[in-house]
Ligand binder design. Structure first.
Ligand code: SAH
Length: 338
């Protein structure tokens, strides 16, 4: 039985037409769930008894659960327990422009990036749309906030769970639903080329971020196994195609790893790769994690790297750090449970 929070409005409309009710019923249900936050069918006024019974019979209304929470001044981190006992994590961040959350898209991850804690646990399964949607609903209720921005950058590779993540976006983007604007949603991928092209056609207003992390195949092969399937030239071609179709600026995330990808030479190589592209680079000081040997680049090195990109006319920022006190780096909260 499908969970009600997994159903895009269009599909719910089809469902109601299919049971000889009105299409408009879907909007009503959406408003109860996402605007009024009424989750109990019995409490939904002006829905007839027959329809209520039908809904309860046809859909699962259950929720994932908050298992643990850690708080800092500008960040709250949540560990959720799914109905099968699996754990996922989500981070809420307070910015000057609003609040964002970083949602997980899978239990574990198969991408195997050498520097990343999430990939230490192989993918156990994909998350269903409702399990991503409910991360938002439960955090809004718990932290008493309206979340303005969503990044799909938690545990998992969203393009390895494409259909569910896309339905998640349809549900939260719906004006009758949580109504988060497409331009306030960002999907981050390690570079699954065919899906980047598909995404450009499916969602040309949603932001795309690429976990790039290296300016050439030699380095990228060492730290990101996905690069063996799609090398940098193919990845760049797909990004250019994305930009041509969407006319949107792409974010390049670049983790600064001491002595791995942070040399002056790397900065120059990255500059020539990105020159003239509608993009911006986000330099991320590496969050050191247990059992992983990589170190964060020295501050001077990050600044020198930044300067070279700037001089070459590349838009670049150094990421503000959140939550170093709360195990905020990917996968750390869950990893530290065991
Ligand atoms: N699989 C997707 C989304 C999840 S990873 C992707 O690869 O984009 C989210 C981002 O965090 C990626 O850019 C990833 O490379 C980065 N990351 C992973 N471990 C990190 C760490 N210890 N410190 C800083 N960034 C990290």
């Amino acid at each position: 039985m499908k969970n009600i929070f997994s159903i895009p409005k269009k599909d719910l409309e089809e469902y109601f037409v299919g049971i000889n009710d009105k299409k408009f019923r879907a909007t009503q249900i959406y408003e109860f769930l996402y605007k009024k936050r009424i989750y109990n069918v019995d409490d939904m006024s002006n829905i007839g008894k027959n329809i209520k019974e039908r809904l309860i019979k046809d859909f699962d209304f259950s929720f994932i659960k908050i298992k643990l929470k850690q708080e800092d001044t500008d960040v709250k981190k949540y560990l959720f327990e799914l109905s099968d006992g699996n754990l996922i994590e989500t981070v809420l961040m307070y910015h000057d422009y609003g609040t964002s959350i970083c949602v997980s898209s899978q239990v574990g991850c198969n991408m195997g990036c050498a520097f990343c804690q999430s990939g230490r646990l192989k993918k156990l399964r994909n998350l269903e749309p409702f399990e991503i949607v409910q991360q938002i609903l439960l955090i809004e209720e718990d932290a008493k906030v309206r979340i303005s921005h969503i990044v799909v950058m938690g545990i998992g590779e969203p393009f390895d769970n494409y259909d569910n993540v896309m339905n998640f976006i349809r549900i939260i983007n719906d004006p009758k639903g949580i109504d988060i604007g497409a331009r306030h949603i960002t999907v981050s991928t390690c570079g699954i080329v065919p899906k980047i092209k598909e995404f450009a056609r499916d969602f040309n207003q949603v932001n795309l971020a690429i976990s790039f992390h290296a300016p050439n195949d030699t380095i990228r092969n060492k730290i990101m196994p996905i690069n063996k399937a799609y090398k940098i030239s193919e990845l760049m071609d797909s990004i250019k195609e994305y930009i041509n179709i969407t006319n949107r600026r792409v974010t390049f995330e670049y983790i600064m790893l001491d002595n791995i990808n942070d040399s002056i030479e790397c900065a120059k190589e990255l500059s020539s790769l990105l020159k003239g592209l509608n993009c911006y680079v986000n330099l991320i000081p590496y969050n050191e994690t247990k059992n992983i040997q990589f170190k964060r680049s020295k501050k001077m090195q990050i600044l020198a790297f930044y300067d070279i990109l700037k001089k070459n006319g590349i838009n670049v920022t150094i990421r503000k750090e959140f939550g170093s006190k709360v195990d905020a780096a990917c996968g750390q909260l869950r990893a530290n449970q065991s």
